[in-house]
Design a binder for this molecule. Sequence first.
Ligand code: FAD
Length: 471
Amino acid sequence: AAAEADQDVVVVGGGPGGYVAAIKAAQLGFKTTCIESRGSLGGTCLNVGCIPSKALLQSSHMYHDAQHNFKSHGVNVGSVSIDLPAMMQQKDKAVTGLTKGIEGLFKKNKVTYVKGYGKITSPNEVTVELLDGGSQTVKGKNIIIATGSAVKGLPGITIDEQKVVSSTGALALKEVPEKLVVIGGGYIGLEMGSVWGRLGSQVTVVEFGDAIVPSMDAEVRKSFQRSLEKQKMKFKLKTKVVKVEENANGGLTLHLEAAEGGSPSTLEANVVLVAAGRTPFTKGLGLEELGVKVDKFGRVEVDHSFKTSVPGVFAIGDVIPGPMLAHKAEEDGVACVELIAGKAGHVNYDTVPGVVYTHPEVASVGKTEEQVKAANIQYRVGKFPFMANSRARSIDDAEGMVKIIADKETDKILGVHIMGPSAGELIHEAVLAMEYGASSEDIARVCHGHPTLSEAVKEAAMATYDKPIHF
Ligand code: FAD
């Protein structure tokens, strides 16, 4: 079509990186096209990631709360049961509402949406196999690769999305499995494990490494693992799954080995979730023919302004190095387009927060205590337990703590780690503070509303350079 023949910006991929870049580009006055093959916008995050998982985490949390916690608050509800199809429907409603919302935003901002699979056939041309059949060439001065990531498979294990599932299948199980084995102790495995555990599955997490969520501050991680164990999640660390096969009872048998070699063992399951990481997705994009360099992990190499090795071709989000998170992809998208427009665009990867949406939630930003130690930095730690926070006590949700690590000499905040109620919201005070180069005293001297969970952040900050009041 002639209308698309001369675009300023062509974005391949409509996930949080791509759709945000497209909207921002249009807002900056660029003629913009976004190409997406899924048939729906929002990428992994909205369709099979962040959003549906948070919907199921909320529903399963409500069920768990009703069963275990309502009574002590004086609320009696009789017997509580699950309606799984209704739960899935509520999740689907959230997903559809949000993905359609992005289509609306595209219209509002005049982004052209092409539904199909894009291949970059020259530095200013993308050839699209249209979902409706046929193909279309979209020419553009600048091309942004925002093709995201896909589930990483494991040798000896075939994902059928019925019994052996990826996170996508785990978001759509038709019944609650009696036994669920999660391969991989990262945040995705723990979140999905929490969902099905709360709904009644016996959950075992098998992890190759010697710790779950290795990027987490070790002290916080240990409390976190204890908390999950209290919720009856089991862990087999330093263990490798070599094979998964169907057994005579119609279930699955996992063949395990100690990570460092040793006697093999087996584990039974009804459903196995493979959550051993995600890998950049560039299949059929034509990168090799074009000469776009990728690193040994398959990630597209970019410089600090998101330029690939081919002039006019940029890349953002999960497909490039950096934390594989939706909000990081969005920041990449905005900065990349601003740089194309000749403005100053920048993303500070040191202040990208990470959140695990289990209960309690765990959120962090900046360095862990281990990283600070390894860097030979003199530091102080301030901690405040939610047990001593009046709001956490009044809502009877007081597990966890706030931990702030600050430079010993300057008091500059180096890292903040929170496990507890609404940790994923609380962390942003720390993110903002760090972005502004604040000291822990800066946080401590800010008046915080009472009674709020945020006061725990303030008191941990007090504890960093002095003493907290309430502990
Ligand atoms: P993607 O979202 O993967 O989007 C890329 C899009 O490009 C896809 O829709 C794909 O169909 C399309 N595409 C690929 N190739 C082509 C092509 N050649 N032509 C046309 N289209 C193409 N992150 C968080 O920050 N918070 C969370 O809570 C969170 N939860 C998650 C839970 C799960 C279960 C999973 C799997 C992920 C989760 N993530 C979360 C990670 C998050 O989803 C990703 O970091 C984010 O989606 C990356 O955005 P992106 O735009 O780079 O790529």
